[in-house]
Design a protein around this ligand. Structure first.
Ligand code: 5GP
Length: 210
């Protein structure tokens, strides 16, 4: 893709514990033209998280102001905290020719779909519910009540895979990253996105006819 053309928008969603953030971070390490959009959230930063790096951490009032001004491409209330993607941030990245990946929940993905913004959506599933539960319990210091809430949410979210363009099973990190790269490469190669480049090549055919 030439750097002067507009970047693509990818959405990755998955039930929590599926490893979507790790996958997306790995993808942007590998693909120089792909950037992760930094979300805004009203949730307090966890230990080790940095403002402006992991998220833009803002107050609830600030977030509500952004909603009122229509500054979000999408936003959602997840477990009682607000999360959202700035329309301007995503637009600036795409306008500069970079592809953008949003790692967002199913509510946010549904909003993007409804808005008819050009995008490609990918749903990541764990191999089984049991594996997801093991991963969640292994990494979290949540109370049993909070854990049950997360597991119930994961059950509800998993069924949303039908609304996505692609479904990928995260069995092992690296092979899954390769499958995601293949999806991105396939989307970049779609005829309507290649038309300008292809047309330039066709021009060279014309001149060599003479
Ligand atoms: P966490 O608090 O664990 O970082 O994220 C909780 C959930 O919020 C995850 O499912 C994550 O994908 C989702 N999330 C993070 N950023 C955004 C966003 O900008 N928009 C939406 N809709 N969901 C987000």
């Amino acid at each position: 893709m030439s750097s002067s053309s507009r970047g693509l928008l990818f959405i990755v969603s998955a039930p929590s514990g599926t490893g979507k953030t790790t996958l997306a971070e790995r993808l942007v390490q590998i693909l120089p033209n792909l950037r992760m959009s930094r979300s805004y959230t009203s949730r307090p930063a966890r230990a080790g998280e940095r403002d402006g790096v992991d998220y833009n951490f803002v107050s609830r009032a600030h977030f509500e102001g952004m909603i009122a001004r229509g500054e979000f491409l999408e936003w959602a209330d997840v477990f009682g905290n607000f999360y959202g993607t700035s329309r301007l941030d995503a637009e600036a990245l795409q306008a500069s020719g970079q592809d953008v990946v949003l790692v967002i929940d199913v509510q946010g993905a549904a909003q993007v779909k409804k808005s008819h913004i050009d995008h490609t959506s990918i749903f990541v599933l764990p191999p089984t519910f049991e594996i997801l539960e093991r991963r969640l319990r292994g990494r979290s210091a949540d109370s049993e009540t909070a854990m049950q809430k997360r597991l119930a949410a994961a059950r509800a979210e998993a069924g949303c895979y039908v609304d996505y363009d692609y479904v990928v099973i995260n069995d092992q990190l690296e092979p899954t990253v390769v499958r995601l790269q293949e999806i991105i490469a396939a989307e970049r190669s779609r005829m309507h996105r290649m038309r300008t480049v292809a047309q330039d090549i066709i021009e060279t055919f014309r001149t060599s006819d003479k």
